[in-house]
Unconditional design. Structure first.
Length: 261
């Protein structure tokens, strides 16, 4: 059963991840989610055939629109989003198993992939995606807590989410140019999701994010030669820290705080 759940989750991640291109493109360009979902961003001609197949449509997009011949900016991104989502959801399933809370972490994983893609391209964390993620996560975690009476986990999630939001808000108010308010909102969501596993997990998630951000930031400054003027979006590091914590946070939290969450 465990292997089946992992395989199904990875397959779902591949398909749903490919469809995240619609979310990333529309949110990044602040366009409405009107139909048709898959269409040329220049002339609005609907895609046909291979252009509608998740992941494989990257081959279609590389050839450009059949009507206006305009090429999309990131033709390979649907395939990349699909592969990354498959790895994340498959790994989550291998870690969590057939627990009902896997549904919540599947939503969380897909959201982290989408937010990272938007932030890398546009250096923004879309409010609509943050609020939509939270609107899905809260009832899913409530349901997961109700199934096995894990109300303590839900309480820890709420505490971690609130603490993360307030902590990042303080940093944002102190250094507005150093951290955007989108990162503050995202921190609240990550604190909530990782806090369900334990308060130690939430700490590990943000600690890992800052370590990863610092390492990559120093490398980017050294390569670019721009020093502290080098702008690097922090959202992908927050997302990476959260994903790593869901997968391997338990031994780290146990080592740091002398108990498993």
């Amino acid at each position: 059963m465990h292997a089946l759940v992992t395989g199904v989750s990875a397959g779902a991640g591949l398909l749903l991840g490919g469809e995240l291109e619609i979310v990333v493109e529309r949110l990044g360009e602040r366009r409405p989610f009107d139909r048709p979902w898959w269409r040329c961003p220049s002339c609005a001609t609907p895609y046909r055939g291979q252009g509608l197949v998740p992941v494989l449509n990257s081959l279609f997009l590389r050839r450009g629109c059949r009507s206006c011949r305009e090429r999309v900016s990131h033709p390979l991104r649907p395939a990349l989003l699909g592969v990354v989502s498959a790895v994340v959801l498959g790994a989550f399933a291998a870690r969590i198993g057939d627990d009902v809370v896997l549904a919540a972490y599947a939503v969380f994983g897909l959201s982290m992939v989408a937010m990272s893609a938007v932030d890398l391209e546009r250096q923004i964390i879309p409010n609509r995606l943050v609020y939509a993620t939270l609107a899905l996560l809260v009832p899913l975690f409530v349901l997961s807590s109700a199934v096995d009476s894990r109300w303590g986990s839900l309480a820890r999630a709420a505490i971690a989410g609130a603490a993360a939001f307030i902590g990042f808000l303080v940093v944002h108010l102190a250094v507005p140019k150093g951290m955007g308010f989108g990162d503050v909102r995202l921190a609240g969501v990550i604190g909530f999701a990782t806090g369900w596993l334990g308060l130690g997990h939430a700490f590990v998630a943000f600690f890992a994010a800052f370590v990863l951000g610092a390492l990559v930031g120093m490398g980017a400054m050294a390569v670019s030669g721009a020093g502290r003027k080098t702008r690097i979006p922090f959202g992908p590091f927050l997302a990476a820290g959260a994903v790593l914590t869901v997968l391997w946070g338990n031994p780290v939290a146990r080592t740091l705080f002398h108990h498993g969450a």
